[in-house]
Design a protein. Structure first.
Length: 490
């Protein structure tokens, strides 16, 4: 942002809010598809910029663009279907069991302008046109994106594509804008015209922004994804499991929010293959010099912790431009040493580093997990088929479900599918809310419920009218049927 002020950005978003909220599902869906088509058309140019600014591979970025455009198309289908509006109609009933009932009609409506802080590690899927932007636009909310300083050129180029596509689809001016600079982001978050915030990044910055949103004169919801160590628990170990673990840890240089930071294995497990698998992984550039410096320091802290045994030391190298290149570091430790080390080992290591923890008693894992890992995006179980079927792991699975947004059985948590049933969010400190930033349920973060009582048809929103011009699903409570409800309360 160079030629307009924060006040002008907020004013433009506020001015667009009502008109954008009133766009039809098909009109808004067509606009999202137009953005998706435009991103796909510009992919080669955008990917070239992203490779230069982030160091991520062409293959990784190509897949990420595909994921980003698919998110937009998936949300287009969601809003055209209309079920997300949760339109409920309770017709007037003078014989209602607890007293006469008025005509009540409720639906979900857009919250208003959303400020989205873009992520560094997904320059497409969680950045300018990524999931938070797609969900907010799908909900009918104008979006202002605060660009990440790690890929400014890409942010500007992507924003230009989005703005042109939305304008071509006939959407209101101001429905999408880009700003740059940390202070501009903070100032806009404090602006009364911003009605919700979204963020993907570090725990420190995310918590700071969440506190700002909560401390406003009128607090607003803030949907922050802050950090996660994604523990995995195995009842057995073989080379296939360990190879998959190292691959998950080292993918994109470990700069994924779902990277497994801890793998718990039975005491006495043979871990010999880890060194060879990790040693064969080529060095990979970290996203930017700041992340490189932080990883190098974190690696030193882990290697220096009491009770740690190195399985693969890995390496870090800084080039003439200050960029850090790294290979995987994997260490092992017993449960007692992990607990004694505390944050020295338990803090997230953002980069290609993970800790294998040896346990002696499977029955102690549920309590251990609950005490060490209160909030995670994911937790994973690797067990033999008979163990999964006999109920012996039920207590552990319950502990994982209470502290995680997604529980996996087999496989590894990196690679988050964009699908209606996905949950990408978890208890604090993984996120600041129970919402998801991936999948079609993400749209609900940017909606709020509104009821209309005894409203004339002409003043009702389209989804609540008797003629239902948008053709969305409506649930009904007709007069004369309500006395059957509440039978369990009698």
């Amino acid at each position: 942002m160079t030629d307009i002020t924060i006040d002008e950005v907020a004013a433009a978003a506020a001015s667009a809010a009502r008109a954008f909220a009133h766009t039809s599902p098909r009109g808004r869906g067509a606009a999202l598809v137009a953005v998706a088509d435009a991103l796909d058309a510009a992919a080669s140019d955008l990917i070239a910029i992203a490779m230069r600014e982030t160091g991520l591979s062409e293959a990784r970025l190509t897949g990420e663009v595909r994921r980003t455009s698919w998110q937009l198309r998936l949300f287009a289908d969601t809003i055209v279907d209309g079920a997300y509006l949760d339109a409920r109609i309770d017709r007037a009933d003078p014989q209602y069991v607890i007293g006469p009932r008025p005509d009540l009609r409720r639906m979900l409506e857009p919250v208003g302008p959303v400020l989205n802080f873009a992520a560094s590690n997904f320059p497409f899927a969680f950045s300018v046109a990524g999931g938070d932007t797609a969900a907010a636009l799908a909900a009918g909310c104008p979006v202002v994106v605060k660009a990440h300083s790690g890929h400014p050129e890409l942010s500007r180029a992507t924003a230009a594509v989005v703005i042109d596509a939305l304008r071509g689809a006939g959407m209101p001016e101001g429905v999408f804008q880009l700003i740059e600079g940390q202070q501009n982001g903070v100032d806009l978050l404090k602006d009364e015209r911003i009605r919700a915030g979204a963020f993907t990044g570090s725990t420190r910055v995310g918590r700071m922004l969440a506190d700002i949103a909560a401390a406003r004169e009128v607090p607003i919801p803030f949907y922050g994804e802050l950090g996660s160590v994604n523990p995995a628990y195995a009842t057995y170990v073989d080379d296939v499991l360990l190879d998959g673990f190292v691959t998950s840890v080292s993918g994109s240089a470990g700069q994924l929010c779902t990277k497994p930071g801890f793998l718990f294995v039975p005491e006495g497990a043979d871990l010999a293959s880890v060194a060879g698998t990790a040693g064969a992984v080529a060095e990979h550039r970290l996203l930017n010099p700041g992340i490189g410096r932080a990883f190098a320091q974190r690696r030193e802290d882990v290697l220096g912790a009491e009770g740690v045994t190195v399985l693969s030391a890995g390496e870090t190298r800084v080039d003439e431009d200050g960029q850090t290149y790294a290979t995987p570091t994997v260490v092992t430790v017993d449960v007692d040493s992990l607990v004694a080390a505390g944050d020295a080992l338990l803090e997230e290591s953002f980069g290609p580093l993970s800790v294998i923890v040896k346990y002696s008693d499977l029955s102690t894992l549920p309590a251990l997990h609950a005490g060490l890992f209160p909030g995670n995006l994911t937790s994973t179980v690797h067990a033999r088929p008979e163990e999964l079927e006999d109920g012996s792991l039920s207590e552990l699975v319950e502990a994982l479900a209470e502290t995680s947004g997604r529980v996996l059985f087999g496989g590894w948590p990196t690679g988050v599918s964009v699908t209606p049933a996905m949950q990408h969010g978890g208890p604090y400190p993984a996120t600041t809310s129970d919402g998801t930033s991936v999948g079609t349920a993400a749209i609900t973060r940017f909606l709020r419920g509104v009821s209309y009582q005894n409203a004339p048809q002409a003043l009702l929103p389209e989804p609540l009218r008797d003629d239902n011009p948008w053709g969305v699903p409506q649930s009904f409570s007709e007069a004369g049927h309500s006395t059957e409800w509440g039978s369990f309360a009698r």
